[in-house]
Design a protein around this ligand. Sequence first.
Ligand SMILES: C[S@@+](CC[C@H](N)C(=O)[O-])C[C@H]1O[C@@H](n2cnc3c(N)ncnc32)[C@H](O)[C@@H]1O
Length: 255
Amino acid sequence: MDPTAEVGAHPGGDAVEPWLTLAQGYERARAREDSLDRLVEWPAQREILGDVTGLSVLDVGCGNGAKLAELVAAGATACVGLDISGNFPPAPPTGMELVRGDLSELERVPELAGRTFDRIMFLQSIGYASDPVRTLRSARATLADDGFLLVTRTHPIRYAVERSEQNGTTLGEEYFSTGRFTYRHRGWNDQVALTKRAYTVSDLLNIFSTAGLWIEHASEPQLPEDARRRYPHKQAWMDRHLGILIFKLRPLPGR
Ligand SMILES: C[S@@+](CC[C@H](N)C(=O)[O-])C[C@H]1O[C@@H](n2cnc3c(N)ncnc32)[C@H](O)[C@@H]1O
């Protein structure tokens, strides 16, 4: 795939281009002992996935595939990770395949044709879809019987807090603004600007129902007590920015 062909090809979604340079900085930050992904997000995501023995998993926007590799080590089989960055290890573990592709066109990824999966994950990646409803519908079509989707997104309040501080506006003004905004993640690579589409919690819920999915479970995971004590700077961050939203989604019958 020609990565430059993707630039500007996502009018509705968050800008994808930065990930072509951001991928390594992101994975370095994620691997840190005090990263919120390690302390809060992945443990909460893992708990919802439960026992994965013998289950096939599709990880959409998988980064370097490290989470999928953990699931394979825990017994998952026939797993596929898909990411646009192509920042993959040279030899992924047996039982998983890493594919460079675009989540905005899942139905056109040859490696997914005719396949079904017991678990499909969009961990901090659905925002990059040019049309999230289309992407979720495609994912739903590849879900095995009794399968579910695990979707996470940054709490929209987080961005509203940052923008209200930057712009001297109120939380409500920023939360309900519909424009795009740009931010730099200092922990990943402060040279790379990320452009995002603003969204509210209602926007997310409406995307799920329009895609024919219902929420079996939702959560807003927080730091466990021992991590609060060990990493007070992370608790201070969570107190201001809330963290992420996690959704376990199943297909609505008959849709
Ligand atoms: C915030 S990272 C999350 C990575 C991983 N899912 C995790 O939980 O650590 C977002 C990921 O989405 C990928 N991504 C962005 N746009 C994409 C697209 N159009 N198609 C596939 N992957 C994309 C990025 O390359 C990046 O790996």
